[in-house]
Design a binder for this molecule. Structure first.
Ligand code: BES
Ligand code: MN
Ligand code: ZN
Length: 497
């Protein structure tokens, strides 16, 4: 879809979106439409229960007196409710309503609103951002979709009195959305298409944006001692890999920020095999890695002034004659030994080695890892928050604030000696699952913490948010791309020079 910014003029065809404030108060653009149509807007308000409350919509089809074929009234609520996320929702909802409507163009008219939380140019940019995020589809395997069900929208225009400022404000958002789409694609692709080697190839494509990409195969991983990671992949025909992505947008002497992703391209559970129903969902067990890759694309795309590392552990967890057994003991790269009591608790084994490697080699300012790590986090938080664990309050607070601002919310859970004890073990330095069933997400985080020294570190358990079964205004169902926006914001607000 082509997105452009223009002056605030009424379109000659297609769909037109104008805003209405709470208590049926028309914006300037809505008043213009009302005048051109000899009162059709006011009549429509009287004929419905639309009040202009935030999130309401009312549609006028083929209004007399206008070139536009449809007018959509968007409820904006009270001025104080009009912020970046609300305007993204307006852009996103209108786009999903009209994407396959048969119309080819969609125009938004954005007005300055006194008392709004966001200014006109930034607001117009957020409408476009929401529209772009909503227009995403993962449809490359649908060969029989009927012509009249396919997307028809081709152009999107956001009209305002500050078009050139809005265009400028949109430029970085456009690049972040490209990063989100990269993540969504990677996560939605099935396990026969995305496996360690093909994931690494996709990451290498970021080289054309200036990202340095290094890929380590099994030979090199064995040489540096990543036996915890390699144990997970040893039952798979696919070679395990680690991909290291580097974006050098900062000064030479600036310490990098580091992001680490769990990239289990398919998780059968291994010998501790998962039940059959629902197992297909485990194609998205590389969601953390997908987010790290999308984030690196966003940072490079908008030329962020920061040095960033993206480190991705890529394995497939399969059961076969060579697979790791329950009871096996492996030595991790850190030297600590691990008794594998459940081969389905594999993500932590992958992250343990990659976290250790990253802190040792890059001495980062902080590390944030992302992983679809535990089903238990879905029991705790559902799909509305990711779980946050951190050894550093400042980093935790920054993640919380960035998540709130971008609509990708996190909720902090505790780390504590009482939970750490639960992974002590007689046979080795630790075991890979807790001694009893309680606190499954926390014991997983405690496990990771044993591979982190004194660097500020946070762990995001994204099992509940990496995939969505229902559409929301800016996130169609499927791979969500969760975390790209949050982490881009974290970098932009606190770590760019
Ligand atoms: N990838 C899963 C976690 C998961 C489950 C993600 C459901 C998304 C939806 C992870 O590797 C796993 O299997 N975790 C186990 C840990 C258990 C064996 C201690 C779990 O959560 O059941
Ligand atoms: Mn598992
Ligand atoms: Zn897993």
């Amino acid at each position: 879809m082509k997105i452009s910014f223009s002056e605030a003029k009424l379109p000659s065809a297609g769909a037109l979106v104008v805003g209405v404030l709470a208590d049926r108060k028309l914006t300037a653009s809505a008043r213009r439409v009302d005048a051109e149509t000899k009162g059709a807007v006011q009549r429509a308000l009287k004929a419905s229960r639309f009040t202009g409350a935030k999130g309401q919509w009312l549609e006028l089809v083929a209004p007399t007196g206008l070139g536009a074929d449809r007018v959509l009234l968007a409820g904006l609520g009270k001025p104080a409710e009009i912020d970046a996320l609300a305007l993204e929702s307006v852009g996103g909802s209108a786009t999903s309503k009209l994407l396959a409507s048969g119309l080819e163009s969609l125009t938004f008219l954005v007005d300055p609103i006194e008392g709004a939380e966001i200014g006109l140019a930034d607001g117009a940019a957020r409408v476009a951002y929401g529209a772009k995020l909503a227009a995403y589809r993962f449809d490359r395997y649908r060969t029989k979709e009927k012509a009249d069900a396919k997307p028809s929208l081709k152009t999107l225009t956001v009209g305002s009195e500050e078009a050139s400022e809005a265009r400028k404000s949109f430029a970085p958002l456009d690049k972040i959305a490209d990063g989100v789409f990269f993540t969504r694609d990677l996560v939605s692709e099935p396990g026969n298409v995305i496996y360690p080697e093909t994931f690494a190839k996709e990451a290498q494509a970021l080289q054309k944006l200036g990202v340095e990409v290094e890929v380590l195969g099994e030979k090199q991983l064995a040489k540096i001692g990543m036996r915890a990671l390699l144990g997970v992949g040893q039952g798979s025909e696919r070679e395990s890999m680690v991909a290291i992505l580097r974006w050098n947008g900062g000064r030479k002497r600036d310490k990098p920020v580091a992001f680490v992703g769990k990239g289990v391209t398919f998780d059968t559970g291994g010998i501790s095999l998962k039940p059959g129903p629902g197992m297909e969902e485990m194609k998205w067990d590389m969601g953390g890695a997908g987010t790290v890759a999308g984030l690196m694309k966003a940072l490079a795309g908008r030329k962020a002034k920061v040095n960033a590392i993206g480190a991705i552990g890529l394995v497939e967890n399969m059961p076969d004659g060579n697979a790791q057994r329950p009871g096996d003991i492996v030595a991790s790269m850190s030297g600590q030994t691990i008794e594998i009591l459940n081969t389905d608790a594999e993500g932590r084994l992958v992250l343990a080695d990659v976290l250790w490697y990253v802190q040792d080699r890059f001495k980062p300012q902080f590390m944030v890892d992302l992983a679809t790590l535990t089903g238990a986090i879905i029991i705790s938080l559902g799909n509305a928050h990711a779980g946050l664990f951190a050894n550093d309050d400042e980093l935790a607070e920054r993640l919380f604030a960035a998540g709130k601002a971008e609509g990708e919310k996190v909720w902090r859970l505790p780390l504590d000696d009482a939970y750490d004890k639960m992974i002590n073990c007689d046979a080795a330095d630790m075991q890979n699952i807790g001694k009893d069933r309680g606190a499954g997400s926390i014991t997983a985080a405690q496990f990771l913490q044993r591979f982190v020294n004194d660097v500020p570190w946070a762990h995001l358990d994204i099992a509940g948010v990496a995939w969505s079964k229902k559409d929301t205004p800016t996130v169609p169902k499927g791979g969500t791309g969760w975390g790209v926006r949050l982490l881009d914001r974290l970098v932009a607000d606190y770590y760019e020079r």
